[in-house]
Design a protein around this ligand. Structure first.
Ligand SMILES: Nc1ncnc2c1ncn2[C@@H]1O[C@H](COP(=O)(O)OP(=O)(O)OP(=O)(O)O)[C@@H](O)[C@H]1O
Ligand SMILES: [Mg+2]
Length: 261
């Protein structure tokens, strides 16, 4: 009897799985270089998807094409079934997407709290100030949420490296995203800091957020994610569960093949 009810639950969960993001045949060329080469994948709601590949594989470029920073050369991006290919970043934010960048981009002359209040108000996205300006109390709650409760009145450059990443995440979640693209959050962090940040990501997922996370820290990433897609030279070379990725010779080869870097 208990077996029956368990089977029903599993079937229900997979029937309920809802695709939030669909990337189909994505291509991005820079002159003669094909940075993203006919890439297709789907992300389910509340999934934590790892997006893996060696340096220069095309991970950030894929993020840039999905988020509207770059216009893709070909292919389509669908968010909740809606074709959003080539929509500018501020529209993607309005539609429920946010991202963090590999290089930090806080407003250097504003403290942590003000940075969260003014999330996404930067040179590229100045039009969002009216849309996403946050009340101080809301911004303070977001600071607490990401573990910066004691650092709200510090300037960004007074934060340790791990704090900078948390600020970057705070600025992203201040726009209430349904899906969050995170580019190399674990770079330069200790094992303990990686675990702390992973806990934050897991909590965000529990609250309903979908995450795509890029990182070279395999151990940290594979502990966090449900599933990964691996790319090399812009093409998908593998996908699967953390266990499958760990044991995939193609993945090991892609990394080892570039170990001279
Ligand atoms: N704006 C650009 N103009 C020209 N070439 C670019 C541009 N952006 C990226 N590229 C090239 O596209 C390829 C993919 O770069 P991308 O930054 O997406 O890789 P990545 O997987 O994010 O690498 P990393 O792990 O080092 O961050 C690289 O060969 C890179 O030099
Ligand atoms: Mg990158």
């Amino acid at each position: 009897m208990s077996t029956d009810s368990q089977a029903t639950t599993v079937a229900d969960v997979s029937a309920d799985a809802e695709t939030i993001l669909e990337v189909d045949g994505l291509v991005k060329r820079f002159g003669g270089l094909t940075a993203v080469d006919n890439l297709s994948f789907e992300v389910e709601k509340q999934e934590i998807l790892g997006f893996i590949g060696p340096n220069g594989a095309g991970k950030s470029t894929t993020f840039n094409c999905i988020f509207g920073t770059y216009d893709p050369t070909g292919g389509t991006v669908r968010l909740r079934g809606e074709d959003v290919t080539g929509k500018p970043a501020y529209e993607m934010v309005r539609k429920g997407m946010a991202r963090t960048f590999q290089t930090f981009r806080p407003l250097p002359d504003r403290n942590v709290l003000e940075n969260v209040e003014l999330a996404n108000v930067d040179d590229d996205l100045f039009t969002l100030s009216g849309l996403f300006g946050r009340k101080s109390s809301e911004a303070a709650a977001i600071c607490e949420r990401v573990g910066l409760g004691d650092d709200m009145y510090k300037m960004p450059d007074e934060l340790p490296h791990a704090g900078m990443i948390r600020l970057e995440i705070a600025r992203a979640i201040a726009t209430d995203p349904e899906i969050l693209l995170v580019d190399e959050p674990f770079a330069g962090l200790s094992g303990k800091e990686v675990a702390g940040l992973s806990e934050l990501f897991e909590n965000l997922r529990q609250e309903g957020t979908t995450l795509i996370v890029v990182d070279h820290n395999m151990r940290g990433l594979l502990n966090l994610i449900d599933r990964a897609i691996v790319i090399n030279f812009g093409e998908r070379i593998a996908d699967g569960t953390p266990e499958e990725i760990r044991n995939d010779p193609t993945v090991q080869e892609a990394y080892l093949g570039r170990s001279e870097r």
